[in-house]
Design a protein around this ligand. Structure first.
Ligand code: HMG
Ligand code: MG
Length: 297
């Protein structure tokens, strides 16, 4: 019997590395991406065209893209916050970009130095030009249920930002529980609000695992029909502008969950575990992923 497919968006080379005190050089970032593709991932976020003064770990993303085969059928999205980022993404040959906004004013200000409205005004021409150049544009909305500066965020703060992203032509909006504070009931509530307007296949869940709730929240997403999840190998990551946020949910943990529950991910969990081990060896620490640890024992 054929199994229902679930899409995974690997964000380790971007979200996983953007907050590391020990930045990885271009060569190791490229090796990480190759290992992830070899494990079966077909969408791997490759970096960010943001200010290297703000996020030095993502400097030289153009050199990373230069060393990837961008025509091999794998999607390599890059984060783009503004026109300057789009210009850099275009020159580097990127075919997929992600614009990233937030449902919280304070987070928007800290993360991209402008209000929500200013960010949307900035993204609109960026998305238009990207689409005109044949790129795919993904949207992110951070602070799905909570903000590190404002606390609880209500569904009615999220919906208009998601709507604006779709009006700009995003093919999908990824919903970020940036500080991993959400629980299944809150995820259900915000998804109910969004699903009264959008289809589940337009939405992705991007869960950080700060409070250990990410897997439960992914199950909550599955219950509501969401079939695209972002994850980071080994559980690497965190946002530099979200104090206390730990890594994304580990890709190994999500693959283990989904495959055991009868979904098809196309990803080889053992190859992922090896990649997580290798990455955390380079970072000189233990991967937080439970599945990774279980496979080592
Ligand atoms: P700003 O200071 O307001 O920008 O920063 P500006 O336009 O005033 O320019 C200031 C300087 O930055 C100038 O350089 C620009 O050239 C340069 P200077 O003249 O001082 O030498 N600059 C750039 N350089 C390279 N690339 C660019 C760029 N733009 C301006 N694109 C800006 C605004 C958005 C650039 C800044 O705030 C920034 O880079 N922020 C980083 C945001 C970031 O990467 N955050 C982490 C990713 S988001 C996240 O993790 C959440 C997510 O995972 C989902 C979730 O978990 O919720 C996606
Ligand atoms: Mg994130």
């Amino acid at each position: 019997m054929s199994r229902e497919p679930v899409n995974l968006v690997e964000v380790g080379p971007r979200d996983g590395l953007q907050n590391e005190s020990r930045p990885l050089d271009v060569e190791r970032r490229v090796e990480l991406i190759h290992r992830l593709v070899d494990a079966g991932l077909t969408t791997v976020e490759a970096g960010s065209f943001v200010s290297p003064k703000w996020v030095p770990q993502m400097a030289d993303t153009d050199q990373v893209l230069d060393r990837l085969d961008l025509d091999a059928g794998i999607h390599y999205p890059v984060l783009v916050p503004n026109q300057k980022g789009l210009d850099a993404a275009l020159s580097a040959g990127a075919k997929d970009i992600a614009i990233f906004g937030a449902a919280s004013e304070s987070f928007s200000k800290k993360n991209i130095n402008c209000s929500i409205e200013e960010s949307l005004d900035r993204f609109r021409p960026v998305a238009e030009q990207a689409l005109g150049n044949g790129m795919r544009v993904r949207g992110y909305v951070s602070c799905l249920v909570a903000c590190p500066y404002e606390g609880r965020i209500e569904p009615n703060q999220v919906v208009p930002v998601v709507r604006a992203m779709f009006e700009m032509g995003c093919y999908e909006v990824s919903l970020g529980d940036t500080i991993g504070r959400g629980t299944p009931k809150q995820i259900h509530a915000v998804l109910d609000a969004l699903l009264s307007e959008f289809k589940p296949e337009q939405l992705a869940l991007h869960c950080h695992d700060t409070y250990g709730m990410a897997i439960a929240n992914i199950v909550a997403g599955l219950e509501k029909g969401i079939r695209t999840f972002d994850a980071s190998v080994g559980g690497a990551g965190g946002c530099p502008y979200a104090p206390g946020a730990s890594g994304n949910v580990a890709t190994e943990d999500v693959v283990y969950l989904l495959e055991s529950e009868g979904f098809e991910t196309g990803v080889d969990v053992e190859a992922l575990v090896e990649t997580g081990k290798w990455l955390f060896g380079e970072l000189d620490k233990m991967p937080p992923s439970k599945v990774n640890q279980a496979y080592q024992s």
